[in-house]
Write a protein that binds this ligand. Structure first.
Ligand code: CA
Length: 461
């Protein structure tokens, strides 16, 4: 029993109100590339659906939606399994000019996705990335250090190269350099590479793919009012040539995101969007809709009157495109994912231990008869310099005794117990740093799991 449950534990997201259902990340775990497919931890082809946030640039408007509650809305009301943080780079208010603000917005979305069990793309939202590879290398190495251990995270290193950008001379050398830098730190999470002509020339990548690295994915983008069967044929040819592909951005409008024509928002290209959705479904391609914003243009999912700080949104807040895409995303997944929204926002660390079955409860309390199964981190670690806090656990009569590190005074600890991961009960009071905490497990059911939750008294964000 112990070993089987231990395996189950590895995929378990550990929500405070535990459920037998799984979040997207709890279900699929580590993604990887096998041939021309993206597969999950079970080797099954996975097709995720969600939405891209707008450019993160200061004062462009879309940055106001970089909020945890917006992510929660997409998860709970849309059933999204993936989101994308589109970090503007060169243009005004982008990362080059305003690194701290843009990085913080990306972190807000990534931390939210970690907490909720969603996949998240960290997108270098650039049209000229080969002009400043040093900044991309430094940024993605920092992201890999900070988040690379989390299977949620996907790196997208070049959003949309221009039509004047060469695959062999510009994009490929840039990509090889940034990929190598990420792989020094994170050996396995997916890395997505854009293709020339705003990510429509995927055939040029298919003819000359990047070699020597695992888990590389190529992106194509389409806007249904502009791009039609010819691009679907090209994508299919690229897959048949061996590329794993992802549509990190698509729209229901023409290529410009549906700018109003003489002040009037144009209807969406519904019939062509339907054709694209059929294509993505048939070929199990992951896709993210452009765009989570309320700017007055056809591709925005929110009406201009929808407030970024509303906290909750209804269908009345959605545009024609928003309503269409909500329907697509919410019907995309055959499995229904649970939400992990029951986490306290202040929980930052969970360590889970397995206790072997034994007929003698005394035996359970022999030092070394329990083992650390898994550590989950949510958001920023309160132990930045020393990521895994040392929690010394020892038997103490018929109790466990936990010695709490005293390095932080604003950290609280709590222990919960579960016989089989269905429900968790608290077996200790919250305790502060630098103390010993004693807790007793149910003597009738000594086998099972316990976990230690570590939280900050105040959210560092
Ligand atoms: Ca990793």
């Amino acid at each position: 029993m112990f070993l089987i449950l231990a395996a189950a534990m590895l995929t378990y997201m550990g929500s405070a109100q535990a459920s037998t259902a799984q979040t997207p990340v709890g279900t699929h775990g580590q993604l990887s590339v096998e041939g021309n497919r993206i597969v999950d931890q079970h080797g099954e082809v996975v097709s995720l659906a969600g939405a891209s946030f707008f450019w993160s640039n200061d004062h462009w408007g879309g940055e106001r939606f970089y909020r945890d509650d917006v992510v929660g809305y997409l998860q709970e009301d849309w059933g999204a399994s993936i989101i994308r943080a589109s970090m503007g780079v060169e243009d005004s208010g982008g990362y080059i000019q305003s690194p701290a603000n843009n990085r913080r917005r990306v972190e807000t979305l990534v931390d939210s996705a970690l907490k909720r069990g969603l996949y998240v793309i960290i997108d270098w939202h650039s049209h000229r990335a080969e002009d400043h590879p040093e900044e991309a290398v430094a940024f993605f190495q920092e992201m890999a250090e900070q988040y690379g251990e989390h299977v949620n995270v996907i790196y997208e290193i070049y959003n949309e190269p221009l039509n004047t950008t060469s695959w062999p001379n510009d994009i490929k050398p840039y990509a090889e350099r940034v990929i190598a830098a990420i792989r020094e730190i994170d050996p396995n999470n997916l890395i997505v590479v854009g293709t020339p002509t705003w990510s429509q020339d995927i055939h040029l990548a298919a003819a000359d793919p990047i070699e020597g690295f695992e888990n590389i994915v190529y992106s194509f983008h389409f806007y249904a009012g502009t791009h039609t069967q010819w691009l679907r044929t090209r994508v299919l040819d690229a897959m048949n040539a061996g590329l794993a592909v992802m549509c990190t951005e698509w729209g229901t409008t023409i290529y410009d995101g549906g700018q109003p024509v003489q002040g009037v928002i144009q209807p969406i290209a519904k019939a062509e969007s339907d054709r694209w959705m059929n294509f993505l479904r048939e070929h199990q391609i992951t896709h993210l809709n452009w765009v989570v914003n309320n700017k007055r243009e056809g591709a925005s999912i929110f009406n201009p009157s929808a407030s970024p700080t509303a906290g909750t949104w209804t269908d009345d807040d959605l545009t024609e495109s928003g309503l269409y895409v909500k329907e697509v995303v919410s019907s995309w997944h055959e499995v229904e994912y649970a939400q992990a929204a029951a986490f306290s926002p202040f929980i930052h660390w969970i360590q889970s231990y397995g206790i072997p079955a034994t007929t003698d409860p005394e035996e359970t309390l022999t030092e070394g008869s329990w083992s650390l199964l898994e550590t989950y981190a949510f958001g920023k670690s309160p132990f930045a310099k020393n990521p895994t806090p040392t929690l010394k656990l020892e038997p103490n009569g018929d109790q466990f005794r936990l010695h709490l590190p005293s390095t932080r005074t604003d950290v609280r600890y709590k222990v919960l117990y579960s016989p089989g991961l269905e429900t968790w009960e608290e077996v200790s009071a919250e305790t502060g740093s630098g103390q010993a905490m004693d807790f007793t497990l149910n003597p009738d059911q000594p086998e099972g799991f316990f976990r230690i939750e570590i939280s900050l008294e105040a959210d560092p964000q």
